[in-house]
Unconditional design. Structure first.
Length: 433
């Protein structure tokens, strides 16, 4: 019996068929992925370098990725493979030790060993897979690979930096290839890959794997989420460009984009500093008041995982480039420390330490209204900043990339300061300290 036959049967009928096989036959059949996989789990034909599998939860993305790695490792002695997850913990728990991970799917003859301390999976023929975290892109500098499996790339915290570093390691073997499995989200990396040459895209829905999923769970998901944005994205595997209830939409941001503006009347830099140098990004966004009364976002100069003096220097450099008049820095996390760090970096401009008195999304609402009124333009494209803006939701939620909308916060601080100047009053929902 092949998948084309058993996929039409009930789980009970399949179990009865397996019961008629002897133990060796059943074990061999169950370990033969070529017999079990569906057509949408078969690697695409053609000369692709990336297979992007966008599918709903429970589709079988993990099993597909793991089986692709297994086949590569078992047929290429001494092969070198990268396993990249959103974090090392997720890479280990899902890609290696999970129910559909590499250890669980392995046959007894070619079962790999896993050395947690070395982040290494080794097969009997010498093939080796190494685990990496997308949250630590620098960890991908140096090694070489000829195959890679990247899991849930739409939730990677430093997606593009990690992806670019990985691509630079794919330089050995006759035809290096990468499989990326993810629930679709309209983040910058996923949109970028979908537009690149050499990327084969497979789409799928949760329903395709119904024989391996709980029937009551499927019924509950259908009842709760059918027709909703959550259901379309998480179950149907659709790529939705906008977050439900978002303060910004991609269509709106595309509509405010311009190529250039006249010399600004006033330039402000918004800064959202990180709590630690190993945590979130330091949001640094340059905005301006134009002669016609409109506001313009000029640059996203944000830096990732930078020590205080590093991000302070980035602020100073942006101020010099644009001839800034003022810096507005969020001070909830560090109070006067923020201003002190900027002062040490020889930032001599007037600086305002602003303390938020409401949540991020509520603070952003007046700024979002300015966009709706056509009062704000973007001079160019700011993919990561715009992803975060589109993740801010009415009521206080955030459904964008990363843990925190640091770039969006910095943008809001800068535009709120300029809106206050235009209106002759203070920026809304901010207290200066």
């Amino acid at each position: 019996m092949h998948v084309s036959d058993w996929a039409k049967e009930t789980p009970e009928a399949l179990e009865a068929w397996l019961a008629r096989l002897n133990e060796a036959e059943a074990a061999e059949y169950l370990a033969n992925w070529a017999c079990w996989r569906r057509a949408d789990q078969v690697p695409p034909e053609g000369d692709w370098h990336v297979w992007l599998l966008l599918a709903g939860r429970g589709f079988g993305k993990t099993r597909t990725g793991a089986e692709w790695v297994r086949d590569f490792a078992e047929t290429r002695p001494s092969g070198r493979i990268a396993l990249v997850g959103a974090s090392l913990n997720e890479a280990r728990q899902v890609m290696v030790e999970g129910e559909s991970g590499l250890l669980a799917i392995a046959g007894p003859a070619m079962r790999p060993s896993y050395e947690s301390s070395l982040r290494r999976v080794t097969w009997p023929n010498g093939a080796v897979a190494t685990l990496y975290s997308a949250a630590e892109p620098e960890g991908l500098r140096g090694p070489e690979h000829e195959a890679a499996w990247c899991d849930e790339i739409a939730k990677w915290p430093q997606a593009e930096a990690a992806w670019d570093n990985l691509m630079l390691t794919m330089r050995i073997g006759a035809r290096p290839r990468v499989v990326a499995t993810t629930t679709p989200r309209a983040v910058a990396l996923v949109r970028r890959l979908m537009a690149e040459d050499g990327v084969a895209v497979t789409r799928g829905a949760t329903e395709a794997n119904r024989h391996n999923l709980s029937a009551p769970w499927l019924a509950t998901m259908e009842r709760l989420y059918a027709g909703t944005r959550t259901g379309r994205q998480e179950l149907a595997g659709e790529m939705l460009e906008d977050v439900e209830g978002a303060l910004w939409t991609r269509e709106r941001l595309d509509g405010v984009r311009v190529a250039d503006v006249d010399k600004p009347v006033r330039v402000v830099i918004g800064v959202d500093p990180p709590a630690t140098s190993t945590g979130d990004a330091c949001g640094i966004v340059v905005a301006a008041l134009l002669r016609d009364g409109k506001l313009a976002v000029l640059e996203d100069a944000s830096v990732e995982k930078a020590a205080p003096m590093i991000w302070a220097q980035a602020v100073a450099s942006a101020a010099a480039r644009w001839g800034a008049d003022r810096i507005v820095a969020e001070s909830n996390m560090g109070g006067e420390m923020v201003l002190a760090v900027l002062a040490q970096a020889d930032v001599t401009l007037p600086m305002v330490a602003a303390r938020a008195v409401v949540g991020k999304a509520r603070r952003a609402e007046p700024v979002a209204l300015a966009y709706e009124r056509g009062q704000v333009v973007h001079v160019g494209r700011f993919a990561r900043l715009e992803d975060e803006l589109c993740g801010l939701q009415v009521g206080g939620g955030y459904a964008g990339p990363g843990r925190s909308p640091d770039r969006a916060d910095a943008c809001v601080w800068a535009l709120a300061e300029l809106l206050g100047a235009v209106s002759g009053g203070r920026e809304p929902m901010v207290r200066r300290v």
